[in-house]
Design a binder for this molecule. Structure first.
Ligand code: ZN
Length: 100
């Protein structure tokens, strides 16, 4: 039954908060959208919700196919960014030169 309990736990919005006064970090069950709560350690108001950084990618778990897909996506994004940059530069140069 461990799997069931685990699934239930994940469905509960458990957020991490950090107190600006004493620096305590704690987790609390709050309504979705709650940004600040009362600190559990010192009782100060305004302990702010901590947005935990995304977990590092489990590279070793990735299959070769998924990795290639990711690389293809990155390459596409990169070339698009480069194209946008070039287009913007061309427009800027055209503006600077003006109609000749
Ligand atoms: Zn505190």
């Amino acid at each position: 039954m461990g799997g069931l309990r685990h699934g239930y736990h994940r469905a509960v919005p458990l957020y991490e908060f950090e107190c600006g006064r004493c620096g305590a970090r704690f987790e609390d069950l709050v309504r979705v959208g709650t940004e600040t709560v009362e600190c559990r350690e010192c009782g100060a108001e305004g302990a702010r919700r901590v947005y935990s950084p995304p977990a590092p990618e489990p590279r070793l778990v990735k299959t070769g196919g998924a990795l290639r897909q990711q690389e293809a996506r990155n390459a596409k994004l990169h070339s698009r960014t480069k194209q946008d940059f070039k287009a913007a530069r061309r427009r800027a140069e055209a503006r600077r030169k003006g109609p000749s």
